[in-house]
Write a protein that binds this ligand. Sequence first.
Ligand code: SIN
Length: 537
Amino acid sequence: MKTNSYDFLVIGSGLAGLTAAMELSKHGHVLVASKVNASECNSFYAQGGIACVVDPEDTIEAHVADTLSTGSGLSDPKIVEQIIQDGYARIAELENLGIEFDQRKLKGKKTVYDLGQEGGHSHRRVLHAGDITGQSMMKVLIKRALENSNITIRENLMAIDLITTDWIGHPGKNRCVGAYFLDKKSDEIFPIHAACTILASGGLGKVYPYTSNPDVATGDGVAMAWRAGLPIRNMEFVQFHPTCLYHPDAKSFLISEAVRGEGAELKDIRGRSFMEDFDARGSLATRDVTARAIDFIMKKHGDPYVYLDISHRSESFLRERFPNLYAACLRYGINMATDPIPIVPAAHYSCGGVVAEVNGTTDLPGFYACGEVASTGLHGANRLASNSLLEALVCGYATATEISNVWEQFKESVSIPDWKCGEAVSSDEAVVVEHNWNEVRTAMWDYVGIVRTERRLARARARIRNLRQEIKQYYGDYLVTSDLLELRNIADVAELIIRSAEQRKESRGLHYMADHPDATENTTDTIIHDKPGGPLT
Ligand code: SIN
């Protein structure tokens, strides 16, 4: 089979991946591999916006201080400063591409950005496009990428495993030379070779049954990088977004934190405000505190949800500021202007990931990581709201810049073996895959959720180990499908989250252990660095 070869391979079509692709297209041909379709990614569903210092009364120092305080001792001050400093230049480039952020007129007719407020920010600093910021940005970026003759976007292409020279027996220092892919339409599996590979595959919310993430977020990138022997950092810090809509017909529907920013209050189902009992910032506390408080109230009273109430704001204000949310809630029979919104916390964002520099560099030459899949040191133990799009944008660009300076050294072509199916046959037991999907996710929700204990983690570890054994066996015996690949990935990521959580015998940021409720003096990262497993063919 002929190997597909490109100068640059980008795995993932979210903000980080497309930002990198646009820059790299100035230097060579880029393939962007998208698992479903280009717009199906976490970036597309981001509602709130991008945190950036644009108000003359705001300062870089204040944004840095808010990020460090939210990161609870694990954010790297130098990295935080670098990413925040670079923010505005990248925003200006997005505007040049045609992306418009909301503005408002001051009395003297001067126009300024209409900045949103979110939990943990000491200043209004969130640039937004209504309440569909991610969607507005991604539509423009995808259009620009499709118009670019040096970028090919291939959809329904799922990465299976990275290809390293050590694994294929190519001489010299180990490096990444591409990845194996499953074409979900034709069921064909083939290698794609590239001088440099960028992992920008996004998040892992689907490791949990309740998540704000779309179905594609199965932690594929972290799992592949781990299997290739890369170090993985701080996986215990999974952010649960406090306010996802609770409704039988709503799947993964986020109620943006910007709603709290405009004064919404959290109330129990009897109508009592409760956030002041947990944090002096009340309903605008950071996500870790808020999600835990909601979890506590729900468990204490046995309530299935709590309320987010913004009914004190006028209908005209809500329709203008949150047009998409207002309309969506109405479709579910909830009028935000008169009714409180039933909400529950759900898995939203992975603060940990593949260890990478701001410029995407990892331990493996020729392999780069950026966006949610990477752990740069920005988020530490908890992510400040709307810092994720900022990181994706700044690091996507920095990764492309770094690669453009070094990629010529990786141009040598290598011979990559075809994918071997061995004795694998087509499975007539898809039910096993579906059953194991549910088991992994239920164990993670019950034992590795918002509140953890040593005993719960040990239980989860035992269950996930068994499931991983079973999945490994199944993977060897049957022809791979995207469901099976995703199952393998969520199980691998579950293992990484549990092992990281077990190492942290304290409570910090998003990791709360009921049997170790306080933070210790020890502010070290959790690193898991195992030997490469190599693709299981
Ligand atoms: C939101 O709008 O609440 C989500 C944005 C984010 O995760 O920062």
